[in-house]
Design a binder for this molecule. Structure first.
Ligand code: R5P
Length: 294
């Protein structure tokens, strides 16, 4: 080495201290690779272990969804208040600036729209190389347990898990609920567990009664979808109850971007998820933010 003569002698070997034993804070993820942990730590905040994902991938089945008519106008101001962005590659490339430094949950299944009575026939709609070009931190695949497309959607899931695993990209399994499917804890417990057993690193599902059993029986983190727009206080209560039952966060769309104050709603959801606010405290925060931003 050119400067070897001036080098300090290494001497601090910590001889009396055992090597630090490290465990990883995301549920069930102790034994995945370093790169995957790095991506997961971008999604789940290390200080709380939880996440607030902003979902705006609805257009892939619904077209121009209310509140998302102009993605550039609707999402850009919200991005700073979300921990992660869940979107299609088309939405990201055409409407969202690559400056927010937020992890992307890339919608990677496709193949059906709301015009079809049976929406359970999907395919893997994104090549893994393109997911890398997008710099995806996670891939999202919809699975239709109990529907006609059950087998093919499970194939989509496992193929994506395998493709992502080769590159250290985790996969989020989404439990879809079709018109015919029940919304009981028995259904969500079965669906969530199947997705996790097949290798999904995160499971997205809906809140239901006895939700703590759904969480307990799922060995990986569960994030809760918001569903159709409901009053803000009710959406915050749903969030609170899900977190109390052990959810690792939310992946919420319509209850944010269809709110009369999307930023206020995101701040209030963050307060519940990361700071333990009660629904009442969070709703007060929402009201204050709403009035401030008017
Ligand atoms: C639906 O197309 C997507 O999976 C959404 O990301 C998911 O339903 C979450 O959005 P919301 O809170 O509006 O249900």
């Amino acid at each position: 080495m050119a400067d070897k003569d001036g080098n300090q002698l290494a001497k601090d070997y910590g001889l009396n201290q055992p090597a630090v034993s490290q465990s990883f804070y995301v549920k069930g993820m102790d034994h995945v690779d370093w790169g995957m942990k790095d991506r997961l730590s971008r999604i789940f905040r290390p200080e709380s272990g939880k996440t607030v994902m902003l979902a705006f991938d609805h257009g892939y089945i619904m077209g121009a969804t209310a509140g998302l008519e102009r993605l550039d106008l609707a999402i850009e101001p919200l991005a700073p208040y979300a921990d992660a962005l869940m979107a299609t590659r088309g939405a990201l490339r055409s409407c969202i600036q690559p400056i927010h430094n937020k992890p992307v949950i890339l919608r990677a299944s496709a193949g059906s729209t709301v015009l079809n009575d049976d929406m359970s026939s999907e395919v893997v709609g994104v090549d893994i190389d393109d997911a890398v070009r997008i710099n995806a931190s996670c891939l999202a695949i919809q699975v239709f347990i109990g529907a006609n497309g059950e087998c093919s959607s499970l194939q989509n899931l496992v193929r994506t898990i395998d493709a992502g695993a080769r590159l250290g990209i985790p996969t989020l399994g989404v439990t879809a609920v079709g018109k015919e499917m029940e919304r009981t804890h028995r259904y969500f417990m079965l669906a969530s567990r199947v997705l996790a057993e097949l290798g999904a690193h995160i499971v997205k599902t809906y809140y239901c009664e006895d939700f703590e059993k759904v969480v307990a029986a799922c060995p990986v983190p569960i994030v809760v979808a918001g569903g159709k727009k409901i009053p803000e206080f009710d959406a915050l209560t749903l969030t609170y109850n899900a977190i109390q039952a052990g959810a690792a966060g939310v992946d919420m769309g319509r209850n944010v971007f269809q709110s009369e104050s999307p930023i206020g709603m995101l701040k209030a959801i963050n307060a519940v998820v990361h700071s333990g606010f009660t629904p009442k405290q969070a709703f007060d925060l929402f009201e204050t933010e709403k009035n401030t931003l008017l």
